[in-house]
Design a protein around this ligand. Structure first.
Ligand code: ATP
Length: 364
């Protein structure tokens, strides 16, 4: 079973909410649609469900084009959040509720309730009402209710957004396990990158109706394909530094000058050879990849510590050189103080180079 989106586009009057997107979701795969508010995530989900019709392009479910089918005939399960249980019904009745409209026999309903309650380990609370459940149990029942119809795929829109922080953390892991066991394609909309990074097998990062990158959580973080994804994924945000390439020295070694005139020679991707000296680029480096030391060298920039911000196990250090600011995350023991001048080193292989078209320069 699969979901395939082919050049899918949705326009509302002059506004293109979803712009020629393509991706597919395989059996048992969890794909998270991640992006800022208004980028078209919900509209994409609604087109898969049949709640919106596509302006152009195709929605293909299990190999069949379903563009013209109403939601009921697509047999997808879309749920907006994992809660909203009926307080006066028992867990078993809550689970069975979506099946009453389907005209199934009592025996069939009983079997489905058993299967879902086995998967979600709800067997010993089936006779309780929601008021007698712990929060985590309520969530599992709500998940159960959205999967009991045995649909061809699952679609969730911000399923965890109403939960408190602790419960969200618990649910993230739990939901991933459950969804993997169910072996259906699943699409989850979220604007929370931590949620996407922990729950997804793959993430589709969206901006302004377009898909910027579809990849594993590891790759969207470690190998962003463009400047937007690089800046959007990861906290604290990746340092993005405008620079001019001044020379290449082979094997990915290159010299850059930055605003204010400082220059450095660092190891980047081997494809840097393709650029001519004088080319404007943006250098991207994650705060956890920078290093500071007292000795100056040419593999980084001379900076002053502007602010030291403890974050528990780690410390966030804000660095300045008069023209640009850098963020660096280090061990909580910081042998430096605010106002110290330090050398900020760009270790080999951690700096991404983005060209003027905002795409990354990377050897595959
Ligand atoms: P959020 O995270 O805020 O829900 P989103 O990424 O889910 O955002 P959508 O809800 O898909 O974004 O909206 C994409 C764009 O389409 C927005 O500019 C929105 O205002 C617009 N839009 C959505 N539905 C309609 C509609 N029925 N009529 C007109 N414009 C709409």
């Amino acid at each position: 079973m699969t979901i395939e989106l082919k050049n899918l586009t949705k326009r509302f009057g002059d506004l293109t909410a979803v712009d020629t997107i393509n991706f597919d979701v395989g059996d048992g795969e969890v794909l998270c649609l991640l992006g800022p508010s208004g980028c078209g995530k919900t509209t994409t989900l609604r087109m898969i469900a049949g709640l919106e019709y596509a302006t152009e392009g195709d929605v293909v479910l299990q190999g069949k084009r379903v563009n013209d089918l109403p939601p009921r005939e697509r047999n997808v399960a879309m749920s907006f959040q994992f809660y909203a249980l009926y307080p006066s019904l028992t867990v078993a009745e809550n689970l069975a509720f979506p099946l009453y409209a389907e005209g199934l026999s009592g025996a069939e309903i009983g079997q489905r309730v058993k299967r879902v309650s086995d998967t979600l380990q709800l067997g010993n609370i089936l006779k309780r009402t929601p008021g007698q459940l712990a929060e985590g149990e309520k969530q599992r029942v709500a998940v159960g209710r959205s999967i009991i119809r045995d649909p061809t795929c699952f679609l969730f829109d911000e399923p965890l957004s109403r939960l408190d922080v602790q419960l969200r953390e618990e649910m993230r892991g739990e939901i991933k396990e459950v969804l993997q066991e169910l072996s259906r394609p699943t699409v989850i909309v979220t604007h929370d990158q931590l949620e996407a990074l922990t729950m997804a097998d793959r993430i589709a990062v969206m901006r302004d109706g377009r898909v910027e990158q579809v990849d594993t959580p590891h790759n969207v973080f470690q190998k962003p394909s463009n400047l937007f994804v690089a800046g959007f994924i990861g906290t604290p945000q990746m340092n993005l530094l405008p620079a001019t390439l001044t020379a290449t020295h082979g094997d990915g070694k290159a010299s850059f000058s930055v605003k204010g005139g400082q220059s450095m020679t660092i190891m980047v991707d081997g494809r840097i050879q393709e650029l001519a000296p004088g080319t404007q680029v943006t250098l991207g480096v994650r705060p956890r990849n920078l290093e500071i030391s007292r000795e100056s060298a040419d593999d980084g920039l001379s900076t002053v510590i502007d602010m030291v911000e403890p974050m528990g196990a780690e410390t966030l250090i804000h660095l300045k050189d008069g023209h640009q600011e850098l963020r660096l995350v280090t061990d909580w023991r910081v042998p430096h103080a605010e106002g110290d001048r330090v050398h900020t080193r760009f270790p080999p292989g951690v700096t991404h180079v983005f060209t003027e078209d905002q795409q990354v320069l990377r050897t595959q």
